[in-house]
Design a binder for this molecule. Structure first.
Ligand code: ADP
Length: 486
């Protein structure tokens, strides 16, 4: 298949979140399955053409695009995703993309991504490259499915092209005033209360994409269901329910080159499922690094997270002290964010000097050592579209304790609820009590070495590779083509 993949961020060029990881990994995995993939993204100021070996596309210079009353021109640079055949096209427009940050609150934020989306079509037209699939991601490229059916439907090149919109985070919707329709080159006949373009009085790129895309997906099956409810849908649950039959959930993969306990260059003693005893060495080293005493029979619970409301770590506040007084357990915490959570963990480390150690900040090598050296990993998220750390934990033989939501619910199965496939512990209620009970359940299970080994084995032998995800995307692309081509 020919796939045009449009995104606002992509590793290794530019990253603010998970979308960049997906954009850097999925196209490569698709190429390995034999597909031709072209990636499109803006040439932000921060992207060095020299460092990435980008080449100016001499045949694609000064291409004009009408945005409202303006005519804006762009150039194109191209390169490849590292170690792959995947071509990357970067849209060069200093007027829009030379800003201190990649996303802004500037009054022309709408124009910045309108340009990107037109540029995708213009580049494809100039190469006469007819994609089977136009794959859009989040609000920044969500108008592409709309443009395919409205603005570029005259071009026979796209006659057989189907569209997929992937929602990585429903919280960002690209809401703009009605006037943006004109800049976007769309007529206002579909802008009316509850109509395809309208969301709470605003023009939402994401809603328009949801209405027009041939098929939709999000980054886990459970999150795909959750966003169809008022609690998780952020105002879009209604329109998502209307598209329910075309909405799929596909788990992201993990980078198994970087996150592999047998080849991890950050840990003292690499190990695999057959040499699990070596995990002890990593535990010893971790505790020494963090200044805690080591005892093989005392379990260590790891935490790595952005300290935000989403991650649910505040649920620990009323219960941590009791847990530490009642149980032989240690916590190793890595993260930063909201001040009151930083203060809370700093207090815990000061008060329980033998049981709690905290690193406030971002530290990638340490995050690997926590995954390798901990016995359990805690992730009590309020919501979690996919989540990576629980997948790393499973593959590292570090038994996860999670709230049963989003991608966590699709990857972690409670050992007491599902004895035959259980690989961790989970709870449903967003309450400190539910968390307390669940951590205690994990601590009570820990001495049962055989059962623990079974859980570790299940986690470590689960395939979270991008190849697996890419095959699932392949299926969804076929569904999109079937819809488009009848
Ligand atoms: P989210 O994308 O919502 O932050 P995920 O679990 O999907 O949550 O991914 C978080 C990623 O960021 C993981 O790779 C995790 O290891 C990493 N991470 C988060 N906080 C830190 C930190 N303080 N230091 C190092 N890595 C971190």
């Amino acid at each position: 298949m020919r796939i045009a993949f449009a995104t606002s961020e992509c590793v290794p060029f530019v990253k603010t979140g998970g979308l960049a990881d997906v954009s850097g990994a999925l196209p490569k995995a698709l190429a390995k399955l034999g597909h031709q993939v072209k990636v499109f993204l803006p040439l932000y100021q921060s992207i060095s053409v020299v460092e990435h070996g980008l080449i100016r596309a001499t045949e694609l210079q000064g291409i004009p695009v009408s945005i409202g009353d303006k005519t804006v021109t762009f150039d194109v640079w191209y390169g490849h995703l590292p170690n792959s055949e995947v071509e990357v096209y970067l849209v060069d427009c200093p007027l829009y993309y030379h800003r201190p940050t990649i996303y802004t609150n500037d009054p022309d934020e709408d124009e910045r991504f309108i340009l990107l989306q037109h540029a995708v079509f213009q580049i494809l037209q100039r190469y006469a490259w007819a994609p089977d699939i136009l794959h859009a991601n989040d609000w920044q490229t969500a108008l592409i499915p709309v443009y395919l059916k409205k603005n570029y439907s005259w071009d026979r090149l796209f006659d057989r092209t189907a569209s997929l919109l992937t929602i990585h985070n429903i919280g960002y919707q690209g809401r703009f005033p009605k006037e943006t329709l004109y800049k976007a080159g769309l007529s206002d006949d579909l802008f009316y209360p509850m109509g395809p373009y309208e969301l709470e009085g605003a023009f939402s790129f994401l809603k328009a994409g949801i209405v027009f895309a041939d098929v939709l997906n999000t980054v886990s099956p459970t999150y795909a269901r959750e966003i169809q409810t008022p609690e998780f849908g952020a105002g879009l649950d209604g329109v998502l329910r209307m598209r329910s039959a075309d909405l799929y959930g596909i788990l992201n993969g993990i980078d198994t080159e970087v996150w592999n306990p047998a080849r991890d260059r950050f840990i003292v003693e690499p190990y695999d499922v057959h040499t699990l005893e070596k995990k002890q060495k990593n535990k010893e080293a971790l505790l020494e690094e963090m200044g805690l005493p080591y005892a093989s029979e005392v379990p260590v619970i790891g935490i790595i997270a952005r300290f935000t409301y989403q991650k649910g770590l505040d649920l620990l506040k009323p219960i941590l002290e009791s847990l530490l007084r009642e149980r032989a357990v240690q916590f190793v915490v890595l993260g930063s964010g909201e001040q009151d959570l930083e203060d809370f963990f700093a207090w815990a480390a000061r008060t329980f000097t033998q049981q709690v150690a905290v690193y406030l900040g971002y530290n990638e090598p340490l995050s690997h050592r926590i995954e390798a050296g901990s016995d359990m990993f805690l992730m009590p998220s309020r919501y979690e579209p996919c989540g990576l750390n629980q997948m790393y934990s499973l593959n590292y033989g570090t038994v996860p304790i999670v709230r049963k939501t989003g991608g966590l619910a699709d990857t972690v199965f409670d050992i007491h609820e599902y004895p035959d496939i259980g690989n961790g512990f989970s709870f449903v209620d967003i309450s400190p009590y539910a968390l307390y009970v669940t951590i205690n359940r994990a601590l009570d299970t820990w001495p049962n070495t055989d059962l623990w080994r079974t859980m570790q084995y299940r986690g470590m032998t689960t395939d979270f590779s991008w190849e697996r995800s890419a095959r699932a995307y392949e299926d969804v692309y076929h569904k999109a083509l079937a819809k488009r081509r009848g």
